[in-house]
Design a protein around this ligand. Structure first.
Ligand SMILES: [Mg+2]
Length: 302
């Protein structure tokens, strides 16, 4: 089923520039379901893939260790055979922690699309790993082949069947969305294996992984929920014609930054209190010393 859906979408090259009638119809459907359109990148946003033989020796050995075997049993790490257009490779894919919960929860508020610069074969495999029954990724699947028809490596709203004002994008690469920067939600890139261009220890070296509860996907989901709520939070007399998700993003950012300021102030207050505590402690010690001195002095006087 996943393959059929993907083919239907990928082969529809005529849909590169969806017309306004299609977008209007999509808008009506989204509004009637109280949903928005969420567009997700794959690589380094919700998973990491690599060709097995390009991994460091340490990471190749890591894949034989019990910790990796457990991840494979738990369907969080996969080693799989890639074969397309005469090329064969063994790939390793690590899903970002929390991704399955993210997709499930986000799908109650968003129609979810995948927009990747990976090719069709690779993308089809990723869909199998992420959402085999296609319960959550229910909208467009846009791959490299479709992007290259425009003779560019740029992603953009012109590929999407939704109006710009209802589209949210989560992609670790901002530069490919240059024309739609205001629809982007920031996310730090995810890498599980050792990146040899970096001095940072990899998760494999730390024998750990990004936190499910406090990691990037959990944070982004919280932000998306706030933006969705803001979009659908109509003032009296207002209708959805005036709503724009880019305004909702700004409004949520504004509230976040206020919250951030509040948090920063409370942190500052805490630090200041600690400093005062330290100061009091020190004064107290001095006082005690003074008291002791006074007592000793008074004893001496007595
Ligand atoms: Mg990416």
């Amino acid at each position: 089923m996943a393959v059929q859906n993907l083919k239907a979408t990928v082969n529809s090259s005529s849909l590169i520039h969806p017309d306004s009638i299609e977008r209007d119809a999509n808008l009506k459907t989204l509004i009637s379901k109280k949903k928005l359109h969420l567009v997700l990148d794959l690589d380094n946003t919700i998973l990491e893939s690599a060709i097995l033989e390009t991994l460091t020796k340490y990471d190749q050995d890591y894949l034989k260790r019990p910790v990796a075997v457990k991840l494979m049993e738990d369907k969080k790490l996969y080693i799989w055979d890639y074969e397309a257009e005469g090329f064969k490779d063994v790939y390793v894919t690590k899903l970002r922690p929390y991704v399955k919960t993210f997709l499930k929860e986000a799908s109650t508020l968003f129609d979810i699309s995948i927009f990747t610069l990976g090719n069709e074969t690779y993308t089809r495999k990723m869909l199998e790993l992420l959402d085999p029954e296609r319960l959550y990724i229910n909208s467009q699947v846009i791959t490299r082949e479709k992007v290259l028809l425009t003779r560019s490596w740029r992603k953009g709203h012109h590929f999407l069947k939704s109006h710009e004002r209802v589209v949210l994008v989560v992609d670790d690469a901002k530069d490919v969305w240059e024309a739609n920067a205001k629809n982007l939600i920031d996310i730090a890139p995810y890498g599980f294996f050792k990146d040899e261009s970096s001095n940072k220890k990899s998760w494999t070296q730390k024998l750990a992984d990004e936190s499910e509860k406090y990691g990037e996907l959990a944070r982004v989901l919280r932000e998306l929920k706030k933006i969705h709520k803001e979009f659908y939070n109509l003032e009296e007399g207002e209708d959805y014609e005036s709503r724009d998700v880019r305004d909702a993003i700004e409004e949520v950012k504004r509230k976040f930054s206020l919250q951030g300021t509040k948090d920063a102030m409370s942190q500052h207050a805490k630090e200041t209190t600690n400093e005062i505590d330290e100061c009091f402690k020190s004064m107290d010690l001095n006082c005690r010393r003074n008291k002791l001195n006074r007592i000793q002095t008074s004893h001496e006087v007595m």
